[in-house]
Ligand binder design. Sequence first.
Ligand code: NAI
Length: 280
Amino acid sequence: MGLLDGKVAVVTGSGGGIGKYHALALAKEGAKVVINDVGGDRSGAGGGKAMADLVVDEIKALGGEAAANHDSVATIEGGEAIVKTALDAFGRIDILVNNAGILRDKSLLKMDEAMWDGVIAVHLKGTFACTRPAAQWMKENGEGGRIINTSSTSGLLGNFGQSNYGAAKAGIAGFTRVCAIELAKYGITCNALVPVAKTRMTEDLPAFAGLEEGMLDPAHIAPVMIFLASDLGKDITGKFFLIRGPQISMMEVQTTEGVAREDMWTPQEIADDIDKIMAW
Ligand code: NAI
């Protein structure tokens, strides 16, 4: 008995990296899985079917059920085609893991329009493009569902050279919160993973260089996704789970208690009280 017997899951960008671990973990828990991947390089250049097809073969060799999809998440048509692959192959969709991503890092003053548009399209628009048709089907099906997005500390905390990626990932966090609110009445939860893992996306980061082997193994991310995708996580929605190796934490936006006045503030009064306004 798996935690996800009878369920159907779609994982975008699951031809490698964290997404591949997600796909294998879902299959191990009994879910039928759509492996979506365009098969390009880290920047989104190039493409091919092999990455997705090999993961499908791997799951089938382990006795699981999987189907491949090679559409890009970055268009509305692509998102619809990805969800349709699940419906055509397995007749339903219960779990959507929005994981596909690319990197085009440059500091702000050197960032060009193509770097900006490409990253926003894959991460932010891609999350919308897949979530809308999936949530539509889940609503009509009437049995609830799970949307699991992928944000980043680059968006929630900031990181040098990633204004495009950080904006997209912060956008995904906002999207997650709104979806959690809007979809609650259909029994659909929506949460976000905030992974820190050594993959092709991060392997050349100086911060990762001195790490103990296996410390940031991408395998650590999937158990949190499975928890959220299964009945174990059915009451949790709108949350951000930070996963760094074997450590799991929560992230959230907070408001200070603040200071109220009877009348309007002047800029000088704000300056005078700034320590109290900013105090946690
Ligand atoms: P990765 O590069 O190994 O995986 C990303 C996958 O998405 C690749 O297989 C790629 O081919 C696929 N992909 C790219 N564009 C696509 C598109 N338009 N349509 C469909 N598939 C597409 O990198 P990794 O690290 O596994 O990243 C997975 C997710 O985790 C990404 O959203 C990334 O931004 C996020 N993330 C990763 C962190 C880390 O420490 N590795 C940190 C924070 C977030």
